[in-house]
Design a protein around this ligand. Structure first.
Ligand SMILES: [Zn+2]
Length: 250
């Protein structure tokens, strides 16, 4: 079994038998991988708490070629993102971003940009005030990196440049619909032009610019509704952590 080394973030974890865990990592060099941590649930485990959800570390694993499940040899903690974990709501959002990467990232695609986006988003999550807006920017950029970017500048059907003041957003066609094409999808939703413009900005801006953006309550509501339904349309998965965030706000 070849030994592989890479940086990785823990995006999912669940118990296996009495002492072990199966950890899903998003790695810099291998995309998403799953690996077993042996005896990690024993009191004197050599991993300590390093394999907690959202942790970023240097991973060494035994690769089992053509197998879905590898074995963890070592995980040297780089950043536990304590600033996220000190806050209940930020932790919930961090878990959501991790679950989203697990749900959207296509199988074995190897692309450092997704790893960099996730690490950067966790860094921003420790310091930014508008964490909902950070989540929307993350959703848009992750969709872009994985080939699902919503089309916001051109009509998703006829590809004409989109100039309409009223924006109709179609989950089925993957973006906005012009006046001529809006009848193609009876389920398209109407959103404010300002929400559409903000989404375009969030799509292309570095996350460090987010504190400069101002989003109204309407923008927040519309963009969240549009993106959560768009993501559900593509993944066909209800994300548990998103439901959890909704519940803690009640
Ligand atoms: Zn059109």
């Amino acid at each position: 079994m070849p030994v592989q080394k890479t940086q990785a973030i823990v995006i999912r974890s669940f118990p296996l038998g009495e002492f072990d865990k199966i950890i899903t990592f998003y790695t810099a060099d291998f995309g998403k991988i799953r690996a077993v941590a042996r005896r990690v649930r024993r009191p004197k485990s050599r991993f300590g708490g390093s394999l907690e959800l959202l942790n970023h570390g240097a991973l060494v694993f035994f690769e089992r070629p053509n197998k879905d499940l590898h074995t963890i040899n070592d995980f040297d903690l780089i950043d536990a993102f304590d600033g996220i974990k000190a806050d209940f709501e930020r932790t919930a959002y961090g878990c959501y971003l991790a679950e989203l990467v697990d749900a959207i990232e296509p199988g074995h695609a190897v692309d450092r940009s997704v790893f960099r986006l996730l690490r950067r988003a966790f860094g921003m999550l420790t310091q930014i005030d508008d964490i909902a807006l950070l989540s929307r920017a993350f959703e848009l950029q992750l969709l872009g990196l994985t080939g699902y970017a919503p089309q916001l500048s051109h009509c998703s059907v006829c590809t004409n440049v989109f100039r309409e003041s009223t924006v109709n957003f179609s989950f089925r066609f993957g973006g906005v619909l012009c006046t001529n094409c809006v009848d193609r999808d009876a389920r398209a939703i109407s959103i404010a032009r300002g929400s559409c413009e903000l989404m375009k900005q969030l799509q292309k801006s570095d996350l460090s610019y987010l504190p400069r953006f101002r989003a109204s309550e309407l923008n927040h509501r519309e963009i969240k509704f549009a993106l959560s339904n768009f993501i559900f349309y593509h993944t066909e998965r209800a994300l548990k952590s998103l439901e959890f965030i909704e519940n803690i706000k009640l």
